[in-house]
Design a protein around this ligand. Structure first.
Ligand code: MN
Length: 736
């Protein structure tokens, strides 16, 4: 590199730096500028010998990231400085301690978070990758600015990926579509989300991307002409009202066109044919809502509206803070046109999200639990609670990121925002964890409904609680929100531990009668003998009765046999491990089930990765050959997951001996007071039996009942039936 070239480059760097200060969305004080200058100097020094793959000096990258942070996202000086420093600790001799000494604790903490994220192991294994995402999300714990700067970093990397190896491009692009775009969406960074998605598509499906881009360019002129015609008519009416406004066509992103084409199975023309325009007006706090409806009235004077397509996000903003009035009208040539009416303030929030939201937020106001802060709090809770496997967690988390919202009233008239598809039980958990955990029933619009009842916007919901109610595994089928599911799972785990504690006592008693003392050695033998993974698992089975006297006897016999030598050898070879106390229940996986409902379906194993029982797998719905099972770390997995997400069926291995089965029992007898009570008490006294449905009839003093139960094993069912027979007045109890 010639001296001349380097001189030229230094000039460019200085230019970029000046521009960074100029385009900042927030006004920078002299103090701010000093901080940014210092960060710039340190970054220049730290990266002085580094070049990017494209050949340019590395420092251009942190400056570009800082520019996105400063201008497009509109963050504060602290964030701009942290963005400039984001790769310093990872790439140079500067340590975190140095950063803290020079820039203080906040900047150091953010840089630390960013360094941790980028040093997470880059692995092809989907579950490891998901675990990384989870760890990354945990950095929200420290400061949401970490994630925001990370998103800016990712955006710039996506913008400058051309020089990279194609396989790396695809990997980074899928990861972007998988997690960064949804995150940007949820934080309210709509412009960045759109750009991430379009760039993601460009590298994962280049042909499709080019095709749509060409078509947009071709039809652009015609579109512009149509929107001009539409707007000119409107102008007549709007100008009479003496308003300051601007009409713009709303650009459609390539990714969203592609998504619609796939999802609705329609052509480009059919998607692109729907026009959208925006009317952005000047208004102040007092009249902003009033003007929106005034414009609504003008628009509908000229064009007939579709009444079911009215969305009033002004009266009730989305939880991301989005506000606008959306209507769809019939424009010239009878074509549907969506009109979005927004004030300048609303528009800024819609474009910039996070920063603008805070800029306009009145301080001193009560914290908005449903706003971004509320969301971050709930996210935090879900993360802290989550001991589930990382893939499930990220999947669930992602669902929540993109979920459309519904609004439900509490009995006090407060509004709660929930993701679409949320159930009465989700609502209970959204009120308070304690309410959720003790939910007995729910009333929606005054009527009793099942816990799985799917709520709709405008419903008024009320939760009935009882001290005795507690979560069962069925509750997982009744809930969709990450928050509720995390709470239920941790409560179920607690219960499992309780049962195991009782099981340990039972087991010790049973072994005693076989003259065996329960000690660590025996526990290890039992775990191996029953092909289990942990001691917890062993005790749990003793607790629910799957390991009964018969099995214990068998064990005792085998133990005295020569066969034991074999087992002993194995024990010697198996390191005496802390593994035994791990929360994982079993590795005796023998049954593959699909989806949240854990359905049993027909399937075949994919020849590309040949999964075996116990592998982390997913189902892929093929065109001609039904469901094929792939390993999560199958070489084809990322491509399948990112391109055909709608054909992926979550699947998991379960232990069939741990499954509960359903049984229906029929009762009859003489109808007397309190009978129903006694019946339900006997059943619900047993922790291991769940009531699925219950029906009682009474006719001329004769009582009949039908109860469907979920039980863990047949002995339990026998016990329940025997106890029911003892009730005074019951004549017959049979199993259907
Ligand atoms: Mn970077």
């Amino acid at each position: 590199m010639t001296e001349e070239f380097l001189e030229e480059e230094n000039k460019k760097i200085a230019q970029q730096y000046k521009e960074l200060l100029r385009i900042s969305y927030r006004r920078l004080t002299t103090e701010d500028k000093k901080l940014i200058r210092q960060a710039f100097d340190v970054a220049v020094d730290a990266h002085k010998d580094q070049r990017r793959r494209s050949g340019e000096a590395y420092i251009f990258h942190p400056i570009a990231v800082a520019k996105i942070v400063a201008s497009e996202i509109g963050m504060d000086a602290t964030s701009i400085a942290a963005a400039l420093l984001h790769d310093v600790v990872e790439d140079s001799e500067y340590s975190l301690v140095d950063i803290e000494q020079m820039f203080g604790e906040t900047v150091a903490r953010i840089v630390d978070g960013l360094t941790k994220i980028s040093s997470l192991k880059k692995d092809k294994d989907v579950s490891l990758q998901a675990e990384n995402f989870r760890k990354m999300l945990l950095t929200l714990n420290d400061d949401v600015r970490v994630i925001i700067i990370k998103i800016a970093d990712r955006l710039h990397n996506m913008q400058t990926m051309d020089a990279m190896r194609p396989d790396k491009q695809v990997k980074i692009a899928s990861e972007t579509l998988y997690i960064y775009a949804p995150l940007a969406h949820r934080i309210g960074l709509y412009n960045i989300k759109t750009e991430l998605e379009d760039l993601g598509l460009k590298y994962t499906e280049p042909e499709v991307f080019k095709d749509i881009l060409n078509k947009i360019t071709e039809s652009k002129e015609e579109q512009d002409a149509y929107i001009r015609r539409f707007s000119e008519t409107l102008k007549e009416g709007l100008d009479k009202e003496d308003l300051t406004y601007e009409i713009k066509g709303r650009p459609k992103s390539i990714f969203s066109i592609r998504k619609k084409m796939v999802k609705q199975n329609v052509t480009f023309e059919e998607v692109y044919d729907k026009f959208a325009i925006r009317i952005i007006y000047k208004g102040d706090d007092q009249n902003e809502k009033f003007i929106a409806w005034k414009i609504y009235s003008v628009v509908t004077d000229f064009y007939r509206p579709n009444p079911v397509r009215l969305r009033d996000w002004i009266t009730q903003p989305k939880s991301t803070g989005y506000e606008a009035l959306h209507i769809t009208v019939i424009g010239p040539e009878s074509r549907w046109v969506e009109v979005q009416i927004r004030s300048e303030r609303m528009h800024e929030i819609a474009e910039k999200g996070y920063a603008a939201h805070y800029k306009y937020k009145n301080t001193g106001e009560k914290e908005d639990e449903d706003g971004l802060d509320g969301w971050l709090n709930r996210l935090q809770e879900a993360l802290e609670n989550s001991e589930t496997n990382a893939v499930d967690f990220v999947e669930e988390f992602k669902l929540n990121l993109y979920a459309k919202e519904i609004f439900v009233f509490t009995p006090e008239g407060d509004l709660k925002s929930l993701p679409k598809g949320a159930t009465a039980l989700d609502f209970a958990f959204s009120i308070h964890t304690e309410v959720g955990l003790h939910t007995r029933g729910a009333r929606v619009n005054g009527k009793l409904v099942p816990l799985s009842y799917e709520l709709r916007s405008g419903d008024q919901a009320q939760i009935i609680t009882s001290e005795k109610s507690k979560p069962t595994s069925n509750w997982l089928d009744y809930t969709t929100t990450a928050r509720a599911r995390a709470k239920i799972k941790s409560s179920l785990r607690e219960e499992k531990k309780q049962i195991a504690a009782e099981g340990k006592i039972i087991l010790s008693r049973k072994l005693k009668s076989q003259k065996i003392t329960l000690n660590e050695k025996v526990i290890n033998e039992l775990v191996l003998y029953f092909k289990l993974k942990t001691s917890l698992d062993l005790f749990y089975r003793a607790g629910i009765g799957t390991i009964d006297n018969k099995k214990i006897k068998e064990f005792a016999t085998t133990r005295s046999n020569v066969f034991m030598n074999f087992i002993k050898n194995r024990i010697r070879r198996t390191p005496k491990t802390e593994d035994l106390n791990k929360d994982e229940i079993t590795d005796k996986y023998d049954l593959l089930v699909f989806g949240k409902e854990e359905e049993k379906l027909e399937y075949k194993f994919a020849p590309c990765c040949n999964p075996i029982a116990g592998d982390d797998v997913f189902g892929f719905v093929t065109v001609n050959e039904g469901i094929k099972i792939h390993k999560n770390d199958c070489p084809n997995s990322l491509q399948l997951q990112s391109n055909f997400a709608y054909r992926i069926m979550p699947a998991k291995w379960v232990d069939s001996s741990q499954e509960e089965f359903k049984a229906t029992i029929i009762l009859s007898g003489i109808d007397n007071m309190g009978l129903v009570n006694q019946v339900t008490r006997i059943i619900s006294n047993n922790m291991l039996v769940a009531i699925h449905s219950i029906k009682f009839d009474s006719n001329d003093g004769v009582f009949t009942g039908q109860i469907t139960l979920g039980v863990k094993n047949r002995n339990l069912l026998k016990n329940v039936i025997q106890n029911l027979r003892k009730i005074n007045g019951i004549e017959k109890v049979t199993r259907e």
